[in-house]
Write a protein that binds this ligand. Sequence first.
Ligand SMILES: [Zn+2]
Length: 466
Amino acid sequence: MDTDQVRATFLEFQRERGHAILERASLVPHDDPTTLFTGSGMQPLLAYLEGADHPDGPRLADSQPCLRSRDIEDVGDDRHTTFFEMLGNWSLGDYGKEEQLRSVWELLVVRLGLDPSRLYVSCFGGDKEYGLPRDDESAAVWGELFGAAGIDAPVADLGTLARAGEVGSDGARICFYGRKNWWCRGDSMDAMPIGDPGGTDSEMFYLFADIPHDPAYGAHCHPNCDCGRYIEIGNSDFMSYQRTADGFAPLPRHNVDFGGGLERTAAAVIDSPDIFRTSLLWPIVQRLEELSGARYEDETYAFRVVADHLRGATFLAVDGVVPSNKAQGYVMRRLIRRAMRTAHTLGLDEDFVGGLVPTVAALYRATYPEVEERHERVVDVLSAEETKFRRTLDRGLAHVRTYVGQTVTGADLFAWKDTYGFPVELSLEEVRTEGLTLDPGWHDQLDDLVREQRERSRAATKKEHL
Ligand SMILES: [Zn+2]
């Protein structure tokens, strides 16, 4: 089963369960100035989760393209991307916890055929400070499902993520964590504004038993460990509480919000820990192999960065974003420029960005035909940025290489940016790749120069106005 079939199976399953299937929303939220991109399936539905009636009824589902710019630095491992699709289903005051968990099981085990002995789950372990009980109800449903499949399901109470890394889950099937399994908007349950909805959640993980635990992530492994042995494939949020002045009160209407990573689920289905091997990413990697002559096995990190960033930039262009120095345009510019700089390590120093767009368009022909329909404009937008940055990149790279054997200071980084327009982020990557020495005080030196420059320009503006 490929990624398109996983998506189709999910949507058909939700349709059978009486869900209305929604069209995808744009990557750029229309009337939400607080966030740059659609970063989850629930984001466009927030008003309905907060109480408004949805015209299509209380059961909704979709597959929503998402972009998370804060994940840019994480791209390069086997499971992070900036652009991805999120499978979602929602109950607006309709079905509850038990039906949701049973349906997730049916989806993963029966419809998608995942081996249930590779599945692990987490549940909310309770919170003493707020007097919130442990979510034994979810644990009981999971226990019964595993039991019916003939799978032993030991339970462990792991507490915080830090503690979980110290003690490990020791093969437990159902793991209680503390606030890791509390869903809310914003950073933490303490920071929730009064009135905001929140609740417990329950995640599903898929085990890649051949990947050994890496002690760099903690003494012992557990489902939320970042070593790559477990991959999170989906999460059911139970929005059933509301923040009050001194704690939490039950919400009058309970909602369910499920989000599952399409590419990660597809990776589990083909039993590959590397999501870049799934059918909506691998052809992009293969096209890059053709264009560069390099091999994925030899330059895995670079292939992943370029494939992810240019797929994301393509979808941004489809949704009307153009590279610029602010907001969405800035992130798009960063994706394209980072992809170009990284492609340089694959020997791709000629214009190539436009050559990848038809590959992306072909992959999404059946699902998002707008990619193909707008592909000429997309090529124009991406190629214009590529041409603009190509000269900067070539001059900058040549200049940085003249520093071999010398120490690079904050003043050098500032000058490269000021004179060559070479972004500091790229300079630092080049310093690393070329093995140059960086002055330990570079950060403060750079900050001082940037501040001085800002003050100078302010003084100049004042003069003009006088
Ligand atoms: Zn681990």
